[in-house]
Design a protein around this ligand. Sequence first.
Ligand SMILES: *[C@@H]1O[C@H](CO)[C@@H](O)[C@H](O)[C@H]1NC(C)=O
Ligand SMILES: *[C@@H]1O[C@H](CO)[C@@H](O)[C@H](O)[C@H]1NC(C)=O
Ligand SMILES: *[C@@H]1O[C@H](CO)[C@@H](O)[C@H](O)[C@H]1NC(C)=O
Ligand SMILES: *[C@@H]1O[C@H](CO)[C@@H](O)[C@H](O)[C@H]1NC(C)=O
Length: 376
Amino acid sequence: MGSSGQAPGLTCWKVLTFLILQLSFSAIFFAYVRIHGKANQEVPEFDMVSQTRCPPVSQTPCPPAGQPQRSTVGERSSNLITILLWTWPFGRPFLIQKCSQLLGLPDCDFTTNRSRYQEADAVIVHHRDVCWSAGKLPQLPRPPSQLWIWFNLESPSASPNLHFMDHHFNLTMSYRRDSDIFTPYGWMEVLPRPGNVTVPPKSKLVAWVLSNWKPGSRRVQYYNELKKHLQVDVYGRGHLPLRREDHLSTLSQYKFYLAFENTVHEDYITEKVWRNSFVTWAVPVVLGPPRKSYERHMPPESFIHVDDFPSAQDLATFLQELDRNATRYQSYFRWRERLKPVGETCWAMHFCKACWALQKKPVQYQTIPELSKWFK
Ligand SMILES: *[C@@H]1O[C@H](CO)[C@@H](O)[C@H](O)[C@H]1NC(C)=O
Ligand SMILES: *[C@@H]1O[C@H](CO)[C@@H](O)[C@H](O)[C@H]1NC(C)=O
Ligand SMILES: *[C@@H]1O[C@H](CO)[C@@H](O)[C@H](O)[C@H]1NC(C)=O
Ligand SMILES: *[C@@H]1O[C@H](CO)[C@@H](O)[C@H](O)[C@H]1NC(C)=O
């Protein structure tokens, strides 16, 4: 979740008002799209909206974070892998559906009952809920075969105190492609058969939703240049109002969406791309890691990268050209003939992904010495 942007020392203390879920589950690794020979997918972040639905792979929508208190968590079952969620992510309980219902995968016994620590096969620790004190990690001796999983969807800039985690964890779980358990904000699925693509009608040009306006940030500076040459409709605190329930329908009116990440890190591609753009059929104009990084997750012709242009003015000119030429604009959708983006994910899907990874044999684990050397 790209809630980032807060000063690292403060982030853990803040209540997040917008959770973003993301995620994704690669229903099955072999369903991953391969582009340039790599499994790819990635995840997007929404500035203002909590994710409320699971990807279409599931018929059952995920409940909004923080609402439902009823949970299958805690139901005991014998021979299932037991996974202890050390905290609810950001302290907000939700329904963890059975992975068999959510994704058609074998189930795990998820629990948040810390009294079951000794019997847990794995413990998932959500970074942002423990990062302000090393004492927030489990303190009891670890059963010999128990695996600790470090879970984080925030960017390194929003993940303080990584050094507290050194030498404790056996598996990583994050949006980074090289995580042991890869939990991106979204991904591409290959369609069973290629289909024709009809781009929905668009009445507006460029939208941007921003809740965390930092004048010195690269994205705001870039926008300040861009707006001199192009009309950009900005939504969010201090700008045009946008109700959560209107989010997707509003953005769907636009030809382009400014998917500007709040901080730039490898693989940190959030719901700004996956949900705000791909779900709404707005072409993402991305600012984030280099184009090559995006291309590991999505087709090269599915997005426009600010780095493709020498200046914001050149980008503005290019967008105006696409606006005038329907054929050219539609070429940014051709990939949809063979791929379907999954841009709406939820916590439960991430946990099911961990469940699935733990059932695969053999699980590769290790002790991760210094997280901060890798997660940056
Ligand atoms: C937590 O687990 C312990 C040990 O299995 C059990 O005795 C207790 O009833 C559980 N608590 C809840 C609230 O389920
Ligand atoms: C997991 O990491 C811990 C902490 O370094 C280590 O003691 C343990 O042996 C590791 N477990 C496995 C199964 O590798
Ligand atoms: C796609 O469109 C082409 C050209 O209009 C048509 O020939 C073809 O049958 C269509 N394919 C599908 C799967 O609808
Ligand atoms: C629109 O773009 C297409 C493809 O780039 C090009 O062949 C065509 O000439 C353009 N049309 C106009 C009117 O500029």
